[in-house]
Design a protein around this ligand. Structure first.
Ligand SMILES: [Zn+2]
Length: 266
């Protein structure tokens, strides 16, 4: 039996050569490969301490998955314009962290189609697209447009959201694989909605990705496990999808418990 302890943070993700999502979790000095733990019984014990993922201050509860209230309120990454980029207010000189904004918002972004619980549209920084798709549990993804800044991505998304979903039904996403979508033909339909509009974008000519998750069991019902309610989770790991560890007793959203200090025993 081995054990690891530290403060939880989102799992690091990547794709192997066969497009299988790979997951690892860093706890202190240890980097634990979670794909290899599927089929084993894990014990996740909350050690009663929570610290802010940004300033490390000890806190009682987290805001926006892992932040203390002052960091939730002062960091640009926690501002409303991150969720709704069309509300970017950098030009008014009111960005919470202009330097962070320049590095993260004034860079190439893509608008993509993905298939999570169904077809959806979304945006992300270009270099993060695969990570983004894995993090949302997308079985398929296709980058369709490129823009030069986050605000432009937001403006395009506002138009596209009138015609298609931009949310994931996480319970449905976790239940199993969604019905396959022809993303290339959906792209053609999507582009029609942008004809004649004055928006800054470049149409991409990329191939769609298929992404496979280490999650073969179809779940009948999805119940969530919480360290607030159950400080000791002990269950068999049967799969991983998005940022969820799928146990035989329920699903555990790793990202949601960012900042919680835990001991994980295998
Ligand atoms: Zn903080």
């Amino acid at each position: 039996m081995s054990s690891f302890s530290g403060s939880l943070q989102s799992m690091t993700t990547g794709l192997d050569t066969k497009n299988y999502a790979q997951y690892s979790l860093s706890l202190n000095e240890d980097k634990v490969d979670f794909n290899s733990l599927i089929g084993q019984t894990l014990e996740i014990r909350f050690l009663g301490k929570i610290s802010c993922v940004s300033c490390q201050k000890k806190i009682k509860k987290t805001y926006n998955s892992g932040y203390c209230y002052p960091c939730f309120f002062s960091l640009a990454r926690n501002d409303m314009c991150i969720v709704k980029p069309e509300l970017c207010h950098f030009h008014r000189g009111t960005c919470r962290e202009p330097e962070w904004g320049e590095k993260n918002c004034f860079i190439d972004h893509i608008i993509y189609l993905s298939n999570t619980s169904g077809l959806k549209v979304g945006i992300t920084r270009s270099y993060r697209k695969i990570q983004r798709w894995i993090d949302q549990g997308a079985s398929q993804g296709l980058a369709i447009l490129k823009v030069k800044k986050r605000l432009d991505a937001g403006k395009v998304e506002v138009v596209l959201k009138e015609h298609m979903n931009d949310k994931t039904n996480w319970r449905k996403m976790l239940k199993g694989k969604p019905e396959r979508q022809d993303l290339e033909s959906k792209k053609k339909e999507v582009l029609k909605n942008l004809e004649g509009l004055k928006l800054d974008f470049e149409v991409l000519d990329e191939k769609p990705y298929d992404i496979y998750f280490p999650h073969t069991t179809v779940l009948d019902k999805v119940s969530s496990l919480s360290l607030d309610k159950t400080p000791e989770i002990k269950s068999k790991l049967i799969g991983i999808k998005a940022q969820y560890l799928i146990f035989s007793d329920g699903v555990f959203n790793v990202r949601k418990f960012s900042g919680y200090h835990v001991k994980i025993a295998v």
